[in-house]
Design a protein around this ligand. Structure first.
Ligand code: G4P
Length: 529
């Protein structure tokens, strides 16, 4: 296969959802159809049973098993599919956001009864910002849920999407009869006991054909006709380019648990989903078809075994061919490196790989050389952009609880931050350290890991911070900027990259600061134009 063919056949994506919407089940069914696993349960069994442990221990244990599910690859209809896991615990960390920098598209899973939930909103917002193509899968159609049109409205409004259904349900819950597949013009009939088989679907390009009445009943047929007419009137026709430009989001309905609607989703996905996309670096756009290899680290998995200090850095190949034992430049360290045992992930197995192509994820064993966002090239000095930090939602001072172990504490904090567990800010005024997290449970995880992996102890102290705002000012020698720094000194800090951050204690304070110092711009993410 030529280099170009290798690129054209890759589809790298992530599945995002609120916990319990069915991400694990859908992932598993995709693997099943891809022939990557033989029976249902293989991925699922890895999931920690709910309620078995305290919540934070569950995060910790999920971390343990998530190496296995970080990347799941399989071949379907000759396409190489790479699914990247986006950790789905309710107190998800920075890590979840970062994974979105390595996908070319996403599938959003929504529970038909619960509708759009909080975590989905946050994650889709990031996808929207990054213009990632999205397909929506409305799951659990075998259960009573919201009316399909109401749900489509909710998806449009809460997620800010412009949707077009590519399948439409015939009834729901107890009355669920199946779906009309608008994409393939087929009817798929659901039967509660076809759990492990796939309904083939009957070609049905004219829904006015009276035969429909005999298949699903006269009343259901009439309702379906009316609903499909409404769909055509209300929603834009599907247009692949608009989907790829993230301006239109197709919607599918189904039941992952019952294998229903999943194959249709996958068949459409391999047809329309984007191949490995170009990526912006700090100096130029890099196309996946360029021959020179470039790649970036989007995730680090550390200390799976505390005795061995093993770390696995996950590298996304952007362009060129990544070769085992070839010399690459670690741009931030300005150091040449070669890798004798890069891993690839196939289904749930890790194996050594000689060559990887754009869209692929490679796992590199690391002894502490990598941070999230690091770039490897064949010599060109470029850094991949677009791995910004977002303002955390919770903030606490971190104190050293064992003065004899301050070195261990610093090292531990440093490495956990490299891994993207949370963000660390150092106050300008007194050098005190503040940890910011997306979910409150991360504090327990950090405390536990510091103790077990680094032998350090920490305690926390409350601090009243509403948001972290990254500060930008074109003229840092201006009087206005100097005054801002003087007046707000108490609230200023540096992030890990030494960027200036304003830790605002309220939304009001952000507003006031902006109006008082108009030349000082405050951003909620660490990267801005
Ligand atoms: P997650 O990864 O998004 O957290 O969700 P997961 O797949 O674990 O699914 C959450 C629960 O929803 C599971 O039930 C799963 O069986 C169920 N589920 C997934 N898809 C469907 C569906 O199409 N229909 C119905 N009725 N249920 C679905 P659980 O009881 O929490 O776990 P388990 O005991 O089944 O493993």
């Amino acid at each position: 296969m030529t280099f170009l063919e290798e690129i054209q056949r890759r589809r790298t994506f992530g599945i995002i959802s609120h916990p319990d919407a069915g991400k694990t089940t859908l992932t598993e069914k995709l693997l099943l159809f891809g022939g990557a696993i033989q029976e249902a349960g293989a991925v699922k069994n890895n999931k920690i049973k709910k309620g078995a442990t305290s919540d934070f221990m569950e995060i910790e244990r999920q971390r343990g098993i998530s190496v296995a599910t970080s990347v799941l690859a399989f071949i379907y209809k000759d396409k190489k599919i790479n699914i990247l896991d986006t950790p789905g615990h309710k107190d998800f960390s920075e890590d979840t956001f970062r994974t979105l920098t390595a996908v070319d598209s996403v599938i959003v899973v929504i529970d038909v009864a619960k509708g759009v939930e909080a975590q989905t909103e946050k994650l889709v917002e990031v996808c929207r910002m990054r213009k990632i193509p999205i397909i929506v899968f409305i799951n659990k159609m075998d259960r009573e849920g919201k009316d399909a049109f109401d749900l489509l409205d909710e998806v449009e409004q809460k997620l800010g999407l412009r949707v077009t259904p590519l399948s439409f349900p015939i009834g729901m819950g107890y009355d669920f009869q199946g779906i009309y597949n608008i994409w393939e013009k087929k009817i798929n009939i659901y039967s509660g006991d076809n759990k492990q088989t796939v309904s083939k679907g009957v070609e049905f390009d004219d829904i006015n054909n009276p035969e429909l009445d005999s298949i699903i009943g006269h009343e259901a047929a009439e309702t379906l006709r009316e609903e499909l007419e409404l769909v055509t009137e209300v929603y834009p026709a599907f247009n692949q380019q608009e989907y790829l430009d993230a301006e239109l989001q197709p919607v599918f309905f189904g039941s992952a648990l019952n294998n229903f609607g999943v194959k249709e989703l996958l068949d459409c996905f391999v047809d329309i989903a984007p191949t490995p996309q170009p990526k912006m670096s700090d100096i130029r756009m890099v196309d996946s078809k360029e021959e020179k290899m470039t790649a970036f680290v989007f995730k680090i998995h550390a200390n799976m075994d505390p005795k061995h200090r093993d770390r696995l850095a996950f590298l996304k190949i952007v362009s060129g061919t990544f070769k085992r034992n070839a010399n690459y430049l670690h741009v931030r360290n300005n150091k040449k490196m070669k890798f004798s045992s890069p891993n690839t992930f196939f289904a749930e197995k890790k194996q050594i790989v000689d060559e990887s192509f754009p869209g692929d994820i490679v796992g590199l064993h690391d002894t502490g050389n990598f941070k999230i966002g690091d770039t490897l090239t064949e010599g060109e000095i470029l850094h991949y952009k677009g791995i910004p930090a977002f303002s955390p939602e919770h903030f606490r001072y971190v104190n050293n609880a064992d003065p004899l172990k301050s070195k261990q504490l610093h090292k531990g904090l440093d490495q956990l931050m490299d891994e993207g567990v949370a963000q660390l800010f150092t106050l300008d005024l007194n050098g005190r350290k503040v940890i910011g997290t997306v979910g409150a449970l991360q504090y327990e995880v950090i405390q536990y890991r510091l103790e077990h992996e680094y032998g350090a102890k920490c305690s926390y102290e409350n601090i009243n911070i509403h948001k972290a705002c990254w500060v930008q000012c074109d003229d840092e020698s201006s009087e206005e900027f100097k005054e801002f720094k003087r007046v707000k000194q108490r609230y200023l800090a540096k992030d890990k990259r030494n960027q200036l951050v304003f830790l605002a204690d309220s939304a009001f304070s952000i507003e006031m600061t902006q109006s008082k110092y108009p030349s000082v711009k405050l951003h909620f993410t660490s990267e801005f134009e």
